[in-house]
Design a protein around this ligand. Structure first.
Ligand code: SF4
Length: 360
């Protein structure tokens, strides 16, 4: 296959097949640069020359989790050292702090607590809104939706409906990891199947609850499974147009059982990170936004990913115990002034956005 021709065709509207995307993801040495360059051109066509970011605050309510995924350094069993579950007063305190920081989005990011029911999720949403009316709440994963549905014996659509009614602004497209069941059986055997994840995401979109899309790559899967995952996302987007962006999440391996037991790789390489962002941009022709996760990639590699197809610099975060506990350094807070420097250093302008990509 002539990769140069393929990239030129793709820039001119050709939709990449899975086989072609696998070839692009497998480029080595200097051959990666034409792929990054084509992705950068596509980024300009789709998202222009600005780098966006959102002022947001992560709030972790609990790290107690029924799933205990092998790739995760955050989840704990109840009673384990370091396990916590905040009460309502602590949630109020954390929300007040977010309000003082004038964020536009609060992101509730927690473990899937085995005791939580729909009432817990609804109460969390109500508490945040009572303290900080009008803030956009980006919360919960399809796995938490499935969990509440099981606990309360109501449909997943009903769970989503009640969450929306209680003030959920958008659902997290997390718990996706790699949407290939043979991979999920090894890295997250207790999580919902690919089929269920797709069903819940489509239900959310049908209720006009937008979601992000994520991919957690670099553990045990290879290019073929990464593309299979992207194809699931592209098909959903084709049907619903409900994804706001793709958030590539590189695997942070250090403190995770899967790596320590020798099953997983020590994360993706820099080449793989850049190609994943680039090929996602080229393959997901129905997505406008590709985000860089600076907390996981590190700020310098994240800047390079902005030159390889990405257009969004994610959020200020203020805390990301999920990445920090897994071994990422400096994953808690990035000031907009530093983001501005990063963007301007590559000739782009930094603009603040809200969760749904309206410029502020
Ligand atoms: S990745 Fe999420 S669901 Fe899995 S153990 Fe960690 S917190 Fe729990």
């Amino acid at each position: 296959m002539n990769v140069k021709e393929l990239l030129s065709d793709t820039n001119n509207g050709h939709r990449l097949s899975n086989e072609e995307a696998v070839i692009l993801l497998s480029q080595k040495g200097n051959d990666i640069y034409p792929v990054l360059d084509a992705a950068d051109k596509s980024r300009f066509e789709k998202a222009g020359d600005i780098v966006t970011f959102v002022k947001n605050q992560n709030i972790h309510i609990t790290n107690i989790c029924k799933n205990l995924c092998g790739f995760c350094g955050f989840g704990r069993s109840a009673g384990d050292d370091g396990s916590f579950c905040d009460d309502q007063i602590t949630l109020i305190k954390k929300t007040k702090l977010a309000k003082e920081r004038e964020v536009s989005e609060i992101c509730l990011l927690s473990g899937v607590h085995p005791d939580f029911t729909i009432s817990h999720y609804v109460e969390m949403l109500a508490t945040v809104h009572s303290v900080f009316p009008g803030v956009h709440i980006h919360a919960f994963s399809p796995d938490e939706v499935a969990h509440a549905s099981d606990k309360d014996e109501i449909s997943t659509k009903e769970v989503l409906f009640r969450m929306k009614k209680a003030g959920l602004g958008s659902l997290q497209g997390t718990a996706a990891e790699i949407l290939v069941d043979s991979v999920r059986k090894i890295i997250c055997p207790n999580k919902i199947s690919t089929e269920k994840w797709v069903k819940i995401i489509k239900e959310a979109h049908s209720l006009e609850i937008p979601t992000t899309a994520t991919i957690m790559y670099g553990s045990i899967e290879g290019p073929k499974e990464r593309v299979e995952h992207l194809s699931v996302l592209r098909d959903i987007q084709e049907a619903t147009n409900g994804f706001t962006e793709l958030v590539p999440l590189t695997y942070i391996h250090e403190n995770t059982p899967l790596f320590r037991s020798g099953i997983a790789n020590p994360g993706a390489t820099g080449r793989e990170d850049l190609l994943l962002h680039a090929v996602s941009r080229l393959y997901l022709d129905n997505f406008k936004n590709i985000q860089v996760s600076w907390g996981k990639l590190g700020v310098k590699l994240a800047q390079m990913a902005l030159l390889a197809g990405a257009n969004d610099f994610a959020g200020t975060m203020w805390s990301d115990d999920v990445s920090v506990n897994a071994g990422a350094e400096g994953a808690d807070y990035l000031a907009p002034t530093l983001m501005k420097r990063i963007a301007e250093d590559i000739g782009r302008q930094l603009k603040e956005r809200d969760t749904l990509y309206n410029l502020i």
